[in-house]
Ligand binder design. Structure first.
Ligand SMILES: *[C@@H]1O[C@H](CO)[C@@H](O)[C@H](O)[C@H]1NC(C)=O
Ligand SMILES: *[C@@H]1O[C@H](CO)[C@@H](O)[C@H](O)[C@H]1NC(C)=O
Ligand SMILES: *[C@@H]1O[C@H](CO)[C@@H](O)[C@H](O)[C@H]1NC(C)=O
Ligand SMILES: *[C@@H]1O[C@H](CO)[C@@H](O)[C@H](O)[C@H]1NC(C)=O
Ligand SMILES: *[C@@H]1O[C@H](CO)[C@@H](O)[C@H](O)[C@H]1NC(C)=O
Length: 537
């Protein structure tokens, strides 16, 4: 009893403290003014609308193909998904009669002008045109553009004061500013059950993200079930029955993502971050020495053994069978040199190769081999920035991910000056939390704002919101990601000029409420309320 009383007192203090900080914040928002009904997130490139509205009766509404449209299962599935979403979103609004006296829209006519592609890829096109007038139509060259347009259309609907679901007369021509718009999840520090991953993909599609970067294994655990090396997960997973991803699990994630136009890129980070790999693959990691003998601990993967590369080749060959995308993330970050330094065999090997003392050369030998293996298997690849920082020579088609937050603009300038393509995640480590509206700084970071030529800027492929797993599992994944990742989504999709946080606030607030209605537990942006926020809880 006593402890309960103490606990409430503690809560009270925290609450009081929090209040005084809220008072100190500059932004004053009248909660009643929020909403800007039917606004779209991320903001389309070209958008015009009028105050004329059409009624939409969710129960009767349908997506239909135009007579000339290409058709495919992927789109027919999407029609069903969005019909359900629209219906569920407005189901709290009881409109049981069909309005006679107002203009209404019963269909959205979809015109896909080229045959469906099966899988999203690095060269996917996502532009679309959406016209809502007496007739509503959605047109795109690609199935991916149609998916983005369906999402936009679903966001245009809102409930008028008379409880009628309506859509404004609107014309939109839209396309992404960057081709690579990712969310990175980490399933090694904590295992994420499939449902958490699928929910993340759903939320990603609501924000027009198109890449799931799956940091699937790391020092702490190896949940990936390999057909070639089953011991990796048997010995390296937290639990080899419950905390693993089988082929079927991964196929389910890839299929769910494909239907939403999202690529799935796995990361097998090495030669560092690989402690868990060693449990199921003896001889892979470097034994560390102290006082002249192995001390029982292990360092990065041993780059001096041929057996290492046989292993990598077999493992990546297996990974390529399971993951459909053309890209793999090879990691390459935070390689510690001290264990390599301590091992006499490594020292001897380096001396034979005339690279004594130059451990970044040793790293280069490893990365070079792994890159060659990846290319042989048919993979294109992404690496973390250290690979470049350590002077590793890479092929010209390497994609470099910039994550260090001291001078990301300078790093992007350096990478692109070398003619390499860049992805930026430095400002977008959403696992790092702070009090207040930290989305402002995510929103205001522009990946192309660096000192470089037009050619260099063209090499910036986009960016990624990362949610590392040390303090994140399925309990807080979605609230911590959303709506903060939505700020990144708009930065990567919308025009460079769309960068005013005050103008964005009401739309982002509405996007957050929309995610709540759709069952994503997105945390609040700030004080206020959503009209239907308790529906799913
Ligand atoms: C949509 O129409 C309503 C009602 O006519 C109007 O108040 C609102 O400003 C319009 N919204 C947009 C984005 O044009
Ligand atoms: C390792 O591979 C290299 C290159 O194929 C070869 O020259 C060398 O003899 C091999 N070493 C061992 C110990 O098999
Ligand atoms: C070092 O190399 C020798 C000779 O190949 C081998 O017997 C020994 O196990 C190696 N030791 C370590 C720690 O790798
Ligand atoms: C290392 O350097 C020595 C002396 O310069 C040279 O004779 C030898 O061929 C070099 N070995 C390699 C592997 O480059
Ligand atoms: C931009 O880069 C150029 C060429 O490297 C350099 O001369 C210039 O000082 C840089 N400007 C800024 C503002 O950093």
């Amino acid at each position: 009893m006593k402890s309960v009383a103490l606990f409430s007192l503690f809560l009270f203090c925290v609450g009081a403290n929090a209040n005084s900080q809220i008072k100190g914040e500059k932004v004053e928002i009248n909660v009643r003014e929020l909403g800007s009904p039917g606004s779209v997130w991320p903001q389309p490139q070209h958008y015009s609308s009028t105050t004329q509205t059409y009624a939409v009766v969710a129960e009767a509404f349908q997506f239909v193909y135009s007579s000339t449209s290409h058709k495919c299962d992927l789109l027919t599935e999407a029609f069903k998904r969005y019909e359900t979403l629209i219906y569920n979103n407005v189901a709290t609004i009881k409109l049981k009669y069909f309005p006679r006296d107002v203009a209404s829209i019963k269909t959205l006519e979809v015109d896909l002008m080229s045959p469906c592609e099966d899988y999203p890829s690095d060269h996917m096109k996502e532009s679309y045109a959406l016209d809502v007038a007496d007739k509503a139509s959605l047109t795109s060259d690609t199935v991916w553009g149609i998916l983005r347009g369906l999402e936009t259309f679903s966001q245009l609907l809102w409930a008028s004061d008379s409880n009628q679901v309506v859509v404004n007369k609107t014309n939109i021509i839209d396309y992404p500013r960057y081709a690579f718009r990712g969310v990175m999840i980490d399933t090694a520090r904590h295992y994420l059950p499939l449902n958490a991953i699928l929910q993340t993909l759903d939320a990603m599609s609501y924000n027009k993200f198109n890449v799931l970067h799956w940091h699937i294994v790391d020092d702490q655990s190896f949940p990936y079930v390999s057909d070639v090396y089953p011991d990796l997960s048997i010995k390296g997973a937290y639990d080899d029955r419950t905390h693993i991803y089988t082929r079927e699990d991964i196929a389910a994630v890839i299929e769910f993502a494909r239907l939403r136009g999202i690529r799935v890129i796995p990361e097998f980070d090495s030669p560092g971050h690989s402690t868990s790999w060693g449990k199921g693959q003896p001889g892979l990691l470097t034994p560390c020495y102290s006082n002249g003998k192995p001390d029982g601990t292990f360092g990065p993967i041993n780059p001096t053994l041929n057996s290492t590369y046989t292993f990598v080749k077999n493992l990546f060959g297996d990974v390529k069978q399971v993951f459909h995308d053309n890209y793999i993330h090879l990691g390459g970050d935070e390689v510690q040199f001290n264990c390599w330094q301590s091992n006499p065999n490594i020292t001897k090997w380096m001396s034979d190769k005339n690279i004594t003392g130059d451990y970044s050369k040793l790293e280069q030998v490893y990365i070079q081999n792994v890159i060659d293996i990846s290319e042989t298997i048919g993979y294109s690849y992404i690496v973390w920035q250290e690979v470049i920082d350590n002077g590793v020579k890479v092929q010209s088609d390497t994609v470099v991910e910039v994550w260090k937050n001291n001078h990301p603009d300078q790093e992007v300038a350096k990478v692109t000056a070398m003619g390499l393509r860049a992805i930026v995640s430095a400002p977008w480590y959403l696992n790092i939390i702070s009090y207040g509206q930290d989305w402002h700084k995510y929103y205001q970071y522009d990946p192309s704002n660096f000192n470089g030529t037009a050619e260099q800027k063209a090499l910036v492929m986009g960016g990624e919101a990362c949610i590392w797993g040390e303090y994140v599992d399925a309990t807080n994944l979605s609230p911590r990601l959303w709506p903060r990742a939505s700020a990144v989504a708009e930065r990567l999709w919308s025009a460079e000029s769309v960068n005013d946080v005050d103008a964005a606030y009401p739309r982002l607030d509405q996007q957050r409420c929309r995610m709540i209605r759709r069952g994503i537990p997105a945390q609040p942006l700030y004080i206020g309320f959503c009209p239907h926020e308790w529906k799913n809880y």
